[in-house]
Design a protein around this ligand. Sequence first.
Ligand code: ADP
Ligand code: ASP
Ligand code: MG
Length: 403
Amino acid sequence: MSLIVQKFGGTSVAGADRVRHVARRIVATHRLGHDVVVVVSAPGDTTDDLLGLARQITDRPPARELDMLLATGEQVSIALLAMAIHTEGAQAISLTGAQAQIRTERVHTRARILAVDRRRIDRELATGRIVIVAGFQGITDDEEITTLGRGGSDTTAVALASALGADLCQIYTDVEGVFTADPRIVPEARKLKEITYEELLEMASSGALVVQTRAAELAMQHRVRLEVRSSFVDREGTVVTDAMEERRVVTGVTHDTNVAKISTTGVGDRPGAAHRLFRAIADRHVNVNLIIQSVPRKDRADISFTVAKSDMAAAVDAARSVAEELGIRDIFSDDHVAVVSIVGAGMISNPGVAARMFGALAAQGINIQLIGTSEIKVSCVIASDEVAAAVRALHKEFELDRA
Ligand code: ADP
Ligand code: ASP
Ligand code: MG
């Protein structure tokens, strides 16, 4: 007998029929003799709808109250799913993040999980019940409800799988696995049979929504056996592996439209300038992604970087706060940008991949504004209205539509 963690996303539990369908799949796994812990997201667009309600009240909802509100979405799903499992003739119990003892830091709306106390879950499993845990939420040591950032139910699932020493963590979603690109943009995108932890992490962090970045990171750290597959059809999905036999140069193309670009000009070219600027940004809890600094002329350089759209105002504010000290002349911000990336473990040993990427974008007349690279990723900032064309061109250039 083994312990399996199964996570079902919002689309998979949108409406009574889908909840019943999911319940049947869970019960089928349970009847094979496995212990099953289930994690669910809020139904359909619930989280967006709740955010919309909050915005009708205020432009700046207090983060604590936002978490209180958003956490209700997942509570709807766990209760309905537990009821549906009962009607299928199995025993189940629903638990909120707090009841399941998912402890987080006290950073509202984007808390990280610190620890999971497994005792309650173990007790419930020991009575033969299926345990259903609300995704995306946790509790701080001073009993405050937190949420884990958009897409956070994936992270709940991986954290539980790791804490419980599960044999397998399955992410059930509205696509059949991890694809070579977002199938909504590239209809010819192919399902990947396998992907390495590193590739999954780079794809997630560069915009592939299919698994939250933090979930990919935790899975990699703790080597959680992870699988992404469809809630709707019973087919093999994508298995996350340590290393792969097949050596492909580029595994996937990703895009991220939740991006803003900030440019500062005339930054004094002296040690510590970048430190001051990015310290001011970090102090506002803003994450910076790509950074580029121009070659200094007359002791002055330009520094550009990208942040999430929602952090643009805070980043500009941070740059302003050090403008005088650093001699910054202008601060420009632009949120009509997007990042398109190619990811692949085989890039390390294949020169010329980046050049091919730039060539394919140039052939479409797409201008590159910033470039960033890691060992297994190349990213370009481009205009947001060119992103679909860019993704399709790159998918074609690297022949990802061919098996
Ligand atoms: P869930 O509600 O199940 O968590 P999400 O909407 O968060 O589902 O994530 C699944 C979506 O991710 C898919 O519908 C797909 O459009 C999108 N997606 C983006 N990039 C990829 C990719 N490379 N492979 C698969 N899906 C992707
Ligand atoms: N319901 C949350 C969201 O929409 C968490 C999740 O879906 O994973 O972001
Ligand atoms: Mg998701």
